[in-house]
Design a binder for this molecule. Sequence first.
Ligand SMILES: [Mg+2]
Length: 181
Amino acid sequence: MMKIFCPDECLGSLFDVDLDELWRKGFRGIILDIDNTLLPWAGETLDEDTIRWVTRAREMGFRVCLTSNALRERVHRIAAALSVPAVAGAVKPRKKPFREAMRLLQTNPWETVVIGDQMFTDILGGNRMALYTILIDPVTTEELKATKLMRKLERRIIRRLSRKGYISESAARRRLAKSRG
Ligand SMILES: [Mg+2]
């Protein structure tokens, strides 16, 4: 039951994602979360490194799509800045936004990666669709009150997954230290 929350990889940030390795493994589409993955929660401005990361992924041949539970207008503004499509008002972890993203990416589940900072939206949703899931540490600890409550639960599950050996001890320790709001 726990395994539905377990990411395939647990990394510090977007910049720790090994794009070459993902490409070699046959992945061609990337579904990216926005808040606390690409930029601080409710942020507007993408930093240079993030833009460069997305550009590099696209130059390699990856197709990239943003999915976010955030408001449509903001999501599309950020997507336009990166020249990628987006699914807004996504209500992750429901399956629909992931299906919609794959339709835009024109990829199959086995060649699609999800990258996000939340276990109960990005990772659970991706796992429900049998996608390859990468959990990264949130960019900031600032977020919605509801999300903060979820983080508590998230930390408990991360500890459990780490004890069972599904998440490395070092990744769990780093994550637990960083996600404490
Ligand atoms: Mg997020």
